[in-house]
Design a protein around this ligand. Structure first.
Ligand SMILES: Nc1ncnc2c1ncn2[C@@H]1O[C@H](COP(=O)(O)OP(=O)(O)OP(=O)(O)O)[C@@H](O)[C@H]1O
Ligand SMILES: O=P(O)(O)OC[C@@]1(O)O[C@H](CO)[C@@H](O)[C@@H]1O
Length: 309
């Protein structure tokens, strides 16, 4: 079973303007609303691929109820903890130049008791067949060690952990040696304390050094430049698929969903990589943070070219 944990879900409000201008009146020509937050996007994409997951985390207020309704309508299993305050609304501003400006709210504050209740709930569901996906930021009140704590607790029950976080959350969670990680290039460079762009060879070296610490699969996404993958016996570099990009927001979540799905279905690494590239490319063709269409994913899978290093 795959469990996705979204501590800080969001309604994603994607607005399109002709050319975004700060400090000026911008007229919106199109609005899309999606139930989002990284783990929820992962659950939506797993579902679009024909898989199943259990979505967990915190929800609150009318926005929380809207997300719950969307999950129910899509038949996505969930078991959230309900908190005071409204689940956030994150605004994504797109313009014709193809740029995106993201305005992410902090989300409602969470108490220690609520955090403990979530950890307990995850523990209850976890067994040695479980993959727990920890994705995204955490709201105020939640300690930055929380992903490390959940990872330790999941490992004690024989389960596995897939981590997609940045900054302090990522650094601390790595100490608990997650099984799969999907940093993007910037997140990995920041983790390594570098302020310049690394080459593919350098990224691969960094990914390999993480594998040597016990992480089974390291996938580093590089946006329109593709991704590199490292595991015990393989190193793969993949250019991005040439698709007409609409919204790149959530492309990383689509790749995380593919990694989780591939792990659950016990796919070989080349099939995993093929799926990751196709699902993430498919996700950038959709409006807002919607999952890709399965038929498109199948078509894109045949177009993936990988370079074994
Ligand atoms: N313009 C693009 N064209 C084709 N594929 C893309 C494009 N942008 C992203 N992708 C695919 O999506 C993957 C993930 O993208 P990216 O590295 O931007 O993730 P991310 O930074 O984690 O995104 P987010 O946090 O918004 O979900 C890339 O490795 C690539 O396969
Ligand atoms: O603020 P966080 O938790 O880092 O990211 C949240 C978020 O930007 O991530 C998803 C796209 O990856 C969106 O659905 C959502 O709005």
């Amino acid at each position: 079973m795959i469990i996705t944990v979204t501590m800080n879900p969001a309604i994603d409000k994607t607005v399109e303007v002709d050319k975004f201008q700060p400090y000026a009146l911008n007229r919106i020509r199109r609005i899309e609303y999606d139930a989002g937050g990284k783990g929820i996007n992962v659950s939506k994409t797993i579902h679009a691929l024909g898989g199943e997951s259990l979505a967990m985390g915190f929800l609150g207020g009318n926005t929380g109820m809207t997300i719950e309704n969307v999950l129910n309508a899509r038949n996505i299993r969930h078991d959230f903890i309900y908190v005071d305050g409204d689940t956030r609304t994150n605004t994504k501003i797109f313009d014709c130049v193809g740029g995106v400006t993201e305005l992410n709210e902090p989300g409602p504050a969470i108490t220690d008791n609520q955090t403990e209740a979530l950890i307990q709930k995850i523990r209850t569901y976890t067994d040695n067949e479980t993959l727990v996906v920890l994705a995204g930021s955490v709201p105020g009140g939640v300690r930055k060690t929380v992903y490390a704590e959940i990872a330790e607790c999941v490992h004690k029950k024989g389960g596995k952990v897939l981590l997609d976080a940045d900054g302090e959350l990522f650094r601390l969670a790595l100490k608990a040696v997650p099984d799969i990680i999907k940093p993007n290039q910037t997140e990995l460079e920041e983790y390594a304390g570098l302020d310049h762009k690394l080459s593919v060879a350098e990224l691969m070296e960094l990914a390999e050094s993480l594998c040597q610490k016990g992480i089974q699969t390291v996938a580093v996404s590089m946006g329109k430049d593709g991704a590199v993958f490292a595991g015990e016996n393989y190193k793969i570099n993949c250019p991005a698929l040439p698709v007409k990009a609409h919204s790149t927001v959530g492309a990383g979540d689509a790749m995380v969903a593919a990694l989780a799905y591939a792990h659950d279905r016990k796919l070989q690494e080349k099939e995993m990589v093929r799926l990751c590239m196709a699902v993430s490319a498919g996700a950038v063709t959709t409006v807002g943070t919607k999952p890709p269409d399965r038929v498109l994913v199948e078509q894109l899978m045949s177009e993936v070219r990988m370079q074994m290093l």
